[in-house]
Design a protein around this ligand. Sequence first.
Ligand code: FAD
Length: 455
Amino acid sequence: MSTTTTATRRPSTPQAGPRRRTISERSLLMAVVTGAVATTVLWWHDAMGMAGLGDWLTAAGRLTGLYGGYTVAVVLLLMSRAPWIEHGLGSDRLARWHAMGGRYLISLLTAHALLLTWGYALTSQTGFLAETKVMIFVIPDVLLATIGFGLLLLVGLVSARKVRERVSYETWYLLHLLTYVAVGLSFLHVLSAGADFQTGWAKAAWIALYAAVAAALLWYRWLVPVRDALRHQLRVAAVVQEGPDVVSIVVSGTDLDLLGAQPGQFFRWRFLTARGWWQSHPFSLSAMPTTGEMRITVKDLGDHSRDLQGLRPGVRVIAEGPYGAFTPARRRGHGVLLLAGGIGITPLRTMLEHLGPETGPVTLVYRANQPEELIFAAELEELARSAHVEVHYALGLPGGDGDVLVGSRLGDLVNGLAARDAFVCGPPRFMEAARDSLLRCELPARHIHSEQFTF
Ligand SMILES: Cc1cc2nc3c(=O)[nH]c(=O)nc-3n(C[C@H](O)[C@H](O)[C@H](O)COP(=O)(O)OP(=O)(O)OC[C@H]3O[C@@H](n4cnc5c(N)ncnc54)[C@H](O)[C@@H]3O)c2cc1C
């Protein structure tokens, strides 16, 4: 089934808030490559006069170790939640870069350990196992670094797709915190045993790199959220049932417009209840903040989101953000299609609120299996009344007779689709089907913007 509402709405009010500086993907890549070149120069400086296979293996081991140490710094910086990185790349892409960086890191450090041990074993004419013992128990700080490497392997293991699908987010997150312990344990051996750090400037540069990353982590992950919590004094104001297993949580506070949230963005929310204070979960704004209120809408998808259904007014809240680059700023074409599957309506609801007539035609296609699952119906009707906006409700099971994502039905439904931008949000299989459908309708891939609700 598909129902349609067409109407005109008034232009949206621009949001107040600080102007955000961002870094583009290209500039960030160039910065990372420049750092890698500097790391190679550091290695080259000390790589002269090699004689024989043992020396070459040792040199290769040192180089992979240096690249590994540099990759650790880059991966941690990417996850520091610095707004100029989060807003420039978006959390989806950042998570992909982080995962890719993690895989490189494990490979580099494994190569580092094997090549160095093999190289030293050849040079000192001992066996591989005997040399392993010497390295771990005689060379200063290598035992600690080996324990750190073991912890990193554990983190890598729980991040592998097959394992990750079986562990809860909380377990995955807590094990990820071991990365900090691993980095701390490994740091000393780089300075005490690393042949490349015998000169003062090299040591100072390496310490400065790690100090800068540690400062970014401390500032953006811990101090800024605490500062914002004190500044904005957030509390749960109301919990409103929107549909089966879905509630809106209205959070009150002061000067919330100064947070500078953009439509489509999300915060990481920590509700200070006895059970939930220790975990923060991402939820998109489902209405743009006013000075005194903001709102999220949460579907019961697991233990934490179930607890949130029973929140009481008055509970204190810490909101970290805003984050994400899934915003109308990504537009390239004329006109917009907002494609929502189930609870994926939340960020698209704020975009619909924001997109004015200057955007061109705006169409929301909102898909759900059952009519009861549709939320915000009254608000969507209201938004659709004041500008040139179309809202289509597409009901029914995926692949069924009325499924808009089958064949090129979307192209028939949405005028001028190929020139528009599409913003897609919903469950993973919906996102895949939506992307395939949009490509079939000849929408260029660079006009398709999406946000995953999974980690
Ligand atoms: C950018 C973003 C925006 C989101 N916006 C909304 C929203 O507006 N409304 C809504 O209902 N849901 C939203 N989600 C999903 C929401 O974060 C999860 O449903 C919620 O965290 C589930 O936690 P749980 O403990 O209840 O369930 P669990 O059983 O622990 O997890 C259920 C699924 O949710 C995902 N998940 C769990 N915790 C997290 C986390 N901390 N970070 C990322 N993914 C997690 C996992 O993929 C997991 O498979 C969003 C997710 C992301 C990444």
